[in-house]
Design a protein around this ligand. Structure first.
Ligand SMILES: C[S@@+](CC[C@H](N)C(=O)[O-])C[C@H]1O[C@@H](n2cnc3c(N)ncnc32)[C@H](O)[C@@H]1O
Length: 250
């Protein structure tokens, strides 16, 4: 049922997600540091998990990736991805990331950019098991989600980013689906969701899926560069933990 809700929301809003250059708040605060964490992707075979309209795939392709496979539950987002990126290096298909249509040990890097916040803890573990299966030995898994503490520190419904938790608490909200909005520089707002998980849930799910190495964890927020470029836009989220990034090797 929850997957149907997600699919319908993204099918409905697919056109609004299409962009050529950074537009939504997280295109500034979240995605660039994750691309940096990906390191040198030259010659790498990459899977873009919950690829949406293919923004990340396009960036990684420009950075020299050998090939990109994108998978998303929303047929409309996949349609946009195919329209936006016609390169022979990338392939996009509709699918559920809890059951991926790839061979074992196929990829050097699996990237999950703001997709695991749409899955509950059980679904996330199922998907992590799939990621473990399709990664090559020593392959990297990098994913970003909204920071677990964010909606409990900023609980007002003001732009540029918020989730409506209806007074639920950090522990009682665990595994609940909450709706929110993220603003764009071009003044649009996009609907987003956050199935709240604790730090321990991410770590336990990774462990249950076969990952045993110590992950690198990054907690991202607004930088001085963001504030000087767009002061009014970023001021309301200054000094807040916006995104959590986890990078683990198989
Ligand atoms: C916030 S968008 C991010 C898209 C893209 N990763 C990006 O960074 O621009 C989240 C995407 O996850 C997809 N998604 C959510 N649940 C999914 C699932 N179970 N399987 C595949 N895709 C899913 C949605 O359809 C949506 O396109």
């Amino acid at each position: 049922m929850s997957k149907e809700i997600t699919k319908n929301i993204y099918d409905k809003h697919a056109q609004s997600w299409v962009r050529e250059k950074p537009n939504s708040m997280s295109d500034f605060t979240g995605r660039p540091p994750v691309f940096e964490l990906c390191g040198d992707v030259t010659g790498k075979e990459i899977v873009d998990i919950g690829c949406g309209e293919g923004y990340c795939s396009r960036v990684l392709e420009k950075k020299g990736a050998k090939s990109l496979e994108g998978i998303d539950i929303s047929p409309e987002m996949i349609k946009m991805a195919k329209n936006q990126n016609r390169s022979e290096l990338s392939n996009f298909q509709v699918g559920d990331i809890t059951q991926m249509p790839y061979e074992n040990s196929s990829f050097d890097l699996a990237l999950g950019m703001f997709v695991y916040n749409y899955l509950d803890i059980g679904q996330m573990t199922q998907s992590f098991k799939e990621v473990y299966r399709i990664l090559k030995p020593e392959g990297s898994f990098i994913f970003a989600v909204p920071h677990p503490a964010f909606p409990f520190i900023k609980n007002n419904l003001a732009p540029p980013f918020f989730f409506e938790f209806n007074n639920k608490g950090y522990f009682s909200a665990r595994d609940s689906r909450n709706f929110g909005k993220i603003s764009c520089i071009d003044k649009q707002t996009l609907p987003v969701q956050m199935v709240h998980k604790l730090f321990e849930d991410y770590i336990s799910s990774l462990k249950e899926s076969g990952f045993v190495k110590i992950p690198i964890i990054k907690e991202l927020g607004v930088t001085k560069k963001h504030l000087s470029a767009h002061p009014e836009f970023f001021k309301p989220v200054k000094d807040l933990p916006l995104h959590l990034v986890i990078n683990i090797t198989k």
